[in-house]
Design a protein around this ligand. Structure first.
Ligand SMILES: C[S@@+](CC[C@H](N)C(=O)[O-])C[C@H]1O[C@@H](n2cnc3c(N)ncnc32)[C@H](O)[C@@H]1O
Length: 378
C-alpha cells in the first residue's frame, strides 16, 4: 500500500466545514466528516445515477445527504438511535408550508409551567427556566400527529436546547460551564425558521436514500450490490458518541445502543470470531483485540456486498492512550487485504501529538483516508 501525505485534505476529515452548510448542520456531530469529502470522492470515482453508495457507519448522515445532492442512491446504517434519528430527519423531503405553519403554532403557544422530570445530569446542564421551556415545548411537539413534522420540530428543539445549555463537551466528558444563555423560546424560533429556510433552498435530486438500523458486522444487503463505500468507522478507544450525546438522547427520549451492538465494546467470545484474525491480534491489549476482530467482521461484510471493481474510502485514525500510540490505519488496511480487497493507498490527512493526561508528548498519531478496491476478478 502506498502511503502519501495529503495534509491539505485534513479539514475534509472533520465536521468543521459542515457547520456552515444548510441541513448538514442540523445536528452537531463532532465525530463526522465533511460533505466535501464525499463530493471529492464521488467526482474522482465518477459516481452518478444508477450507482449505489453505502455508509455502514452513517453517523449524522453526511454520506447519504451528499449522495442525495449528487443523484446517487445510498444506504446508511448505524446502531445509535440518535444518529439514525438525525440522519432520517435531515434526509426527508418536506412540505415547507406545513412546516412553517407548525412552527408558527408552536412558538406562539402560551406558556404553562410544567412539572420537570429529568435525570440529575440533565438538570445540571440547563438553567431552570430553560429546562421548563424545553419540557413545555417537548410536550407540545409530542401532541403533533404528523410524524415527519413532529420529528423535524424535535430535532430543532434539541439543537436550540443545546445552544441554551451550560454543557461544554470535551471528548466524552461533559463539563458544566455556567454562562448567560438566550431564552429557549427565542433560540427555538430562530432555529426552526432557519431549518425551514434550509428546506427551501437545499437542492436534492430524486435518488433514493435509505437509513436503517443495522449492525455493520452483519449487513442487510445482497452480495455484490454496492458500487462504492464512503465511511468512517468508530475509532479505537474513542467512544465519545456513546457518552457525549447523552443529553440529546435524554431530551428526545431515545435509547442508547447496547455495548454488544457497538464495534469493539462487546465481551470477548460473544460473537463469532474468525480464526484468520487470531494471529493478527495476538499480544494486543483486550480493547484493541476486540476492535480489530469487530472491524474484520465489518470489512468482510463490505467485501461480500461490494461489486467487483467497487471503491472503498474509510476515514480512520491511530489511537492514543497513556501507554502510547496504537497503530490503526495500517493494520486496518492489512485486514482489508486479508478479506480480498486491494489496499491501494493511504492518504495521511492529519497528524496529531499523542499526549499523557499530564500533556507530555509520547508520540504522533496519523489520521488516514484509506482507499481500497475490490479487484475486478480474483
Ligand atoms: C465515526 S462515527 C461515523 C461518522 C459519520 N461518517 C459522519 O460523518 O457522521 C462512527 C459511527 O459508527 C456507529 N457504530 C458503532 N458501532 C456500529 C455497528 N456495530 N454497526 C453500525 N454502526 C456502528 C456509531 O454509532 C457512530 O455513529
Amino acid at each position: 500500500m502506498k502511503i502519501v501525505e495529503k495534509l491539505r485534505l485534513g479539514r475534509l476529515a472533520t465536521f468543521l466545514l459542515n457547520k456552515r452548510l444548510p441541513v448538514y448542520n442540523w445536528f452537531q456531530f463532532k465525530e463526522g466528516f465533511s460533505r466535501d469529502l464525499v463530493f471529492l470522492l464521488a467526482e474522482t470515482w465518477r459516481l452518478g445515477e444508477g450507482d449505489l453508495a453505502l455508509d455502514p457507519f452513517v453517523g449524522c448522515g453526511t454520506t447519504s445527504l451528499a449522495c442525495k445532492q449528487l443523484g446517487i442512491d445510498s444506504i446508511g446504517y448505524d446502531v445509535h438511535p440518535i444518529m439514525l434519528f438525525a440522519s432520517r430527519v435531515k434526509l426527508r423531503e418536506y412540505n415547507v408550508e406545513e412546516l412553517r405553519a407548525a412552527v408558527r403554532g408552536l412558538v406562539k403557544s402560551k406558556f404553562e409551567r410544567p412539572e420537570v422530570e429529568a435525570p440529575g445530569f440533565v438538570t445540571r446542564v440547563f438553567p431552570k427556566p430553560v429546562l421548563e421551556d424545553i419540557t413545555f415545548f417537548k410536550r407540545k411537539i409530542l401532541d403533533i400527529e404528523d410524524e415527519e413534522v413532529r420529528e423535524f420540530l424535535f430535532l430543532g428543539l434539541m439543537n436550540a436546547a443545546m445552544r441554551c445549555s451550560w454543557a461544554h463537551k470535551d471528548g466524552a466528558a461533559i463539563r458544566v460551564v455556567k454562562k448567560p444563555t438566550p431564552p429557549l423560546r427565542k433560540a427555538l424560533r430562530r432555529q426552526l425558521l432557519r431549518m425551514c429556510n434550509d428546506v427551501e433552498r437545499f437542492e436534492r435530486k430524486g435518488s433514493k436514500a435509505t437509513i436503517e438500523r443495522c449492525d455493520a458486522r452483519k449487513l442487510k444487503l445482497e452480495d455484490e450490490s454496492v458500487d462504492a463505500v464512503i465511511t468512517s468507522p468508530p475509532y479505537l478507544g474513542k467512544l465519545e458518541y456513546t457518552h457525549a450525546y447523552r443529553i440529546e438522547q435524554q431530551l428526545l427520549d431515545l435509547g442508547a445502543p447496547t455495548p454488544q451492538q457497538l464495534i469493539g465494546v462487546r465481551e470477548e467470545g460473544t460473537l463469532e470470531d474468525f480464526s484468520e484474525v487470531e494471529e493478527f491480534v495476538e499480544g494486543k491489549p483486550l480493547d484493541a483485540k476486540l476492535y480489530f476482530k469487530d472491524m474484520f467482521a465489518a470489512i468482510r461484510e463490505l467485501y461480500r456486498v461490494c461489486k467487483p471493481g467497487a471503491r472503498i474510502a474509510l476515514v480512520t485514525s491511530d489511537a492514543c492512550s497513556p501507554e502510547g500510540v496504537a497503530e490503526v490505519c495500517v493494520p486496518l488496511s492489512e485486514l482489508a487485504e486479508k478479506t480480498g480487497f486491494k489496499a491501494k493507498r493511504m492518504l495521511v490527512v492529519n497528524r496529531r501529538f499523542c499526549t499523557t493526561p499530564a500533556r507530555k508528548k509520547i508520540g504522533v498519531t496519523q489520521e488516514g483516508l484509506l482507499l481500497w478496491e475490490k479487484r475486478a476478478s480474483k
